[in-house]
Write a protein that binds this ligand. Structure first.
Ligand SMILES: C[S@@+](CC[C@H](N)C(=O)[O-])C[C@H]1O[C@@H](n2cnc3c(N)ncnc32)[C@H](O)[C@@H]1O
Length: 230
């Protein structure tokens, strides 16, 4: 497991993420357990083939990677995160779980994801779990993940919905904003329009899940003809 330092790690988005998670990381898994819904059911349905290479983009404390390692003992696992503090916690938790040798962690930005930073030429699965809502250029992150995948590679997303029919939605939106979380309503709209298999919306439009082969992403930002830039 390695965490190469990203250039200018103190600056910009790196610094912002470290500031949010410097203390939060100690209570993160416990406090997010009940409101980051849909993570475990997505993991159960990853349908990983033996030896598949999966990268979690914005892997945080490593809680998903630990669950994936246990569910898919033959998967090859990688985690990327902008917060060195979160990666420190991930490294410690993986070691405590006896999985230190199973996962390669890299400090960096989703928008610049490159398999070579992990010693790979391609991944087979890219997972975004409650990270697209924090990644400033989420379109570029989707494009970068699609470019990092093999021809049959799959993208998996679980994140906040647009909260439209949820009681107390304004309060929740304001609270999420404190953590630099912005529900990607445009992405949600595009996924609904695609009405693809593998899309699921939770009650209150609180959260959504999506899993698809990258070739089936159609007109989404990571679709074959889109550059991902506005
Ligand atoms: C809400 S946490 C989710 C963590 C984990 N995926 C989970 O489901 O528990 C979002 C994570 O995304 C990371 N993140 C935010 N922006 C990022 C970016 N541009 N590139 C890589 N990671 C980023 C944060 O540092 C944080 O660890």
């Amino acid at each position: 497991m390695s965490i190469p330092a990203a250039p200018s790690a103190e600056a910009g988005h790196f610094g912002r993420m470290d500031k949010i998670y410097r203390r939060q990381r100690y209570i993160y898994d416990f406090t997010r357990k009940y409101y980051l819904v849909g993570r475990d059911s997505l993991i159960k349905n990853l349908a990983q083939e033996p030896g598949a290479r999966l990268v979690e983009i914005g892997c945080g404390t490593g809680r998903n990677l630990i669950a994936i390692a246990r569910t898919y003992p033959h998967a090859r696992l990688y985690g990327l995160d902008a917060s060195a503090q979160m990666l420190e916690t991930a490294q410690a938790q993986l070691a405590r779980a006896g999985l230190a040798g199973r996962v390669t962690l890299v400090h960096g930005l989703a928008e610049d994801l490159r398999p070579s930073a992990f010693g790979e030429d391609r991944f087979d699965h890219a997972l975004f779990s409650y990270s697209l809502s924090m990644i400033p250029d989420w379109r570029q992150a989707l494009v970068a993940s699609a470019n990092a995948l093999s021809a049959k590679g799959r993208i998996h997303i679980v994140d906040f919905g647009d909260l439209q029919t949820l009681p107390g939605k304004s309060l929740l939106r304001a609270w999420l904003a404190l953590f630099h979380v912005t529900p990607r309503t445009e992405l949600l709209k595009s996924l609904e329009a695609l009405s693809a298999e593998g899309f699921r919306l939770f009650p209150g439009r609180y959260a959504f899940q999506f899993s698809a082969a990258k070739g089936k992403m159609g007109s989404l930002p990571c679709g074959p003809t889109d550059t991902g830039r506005d």
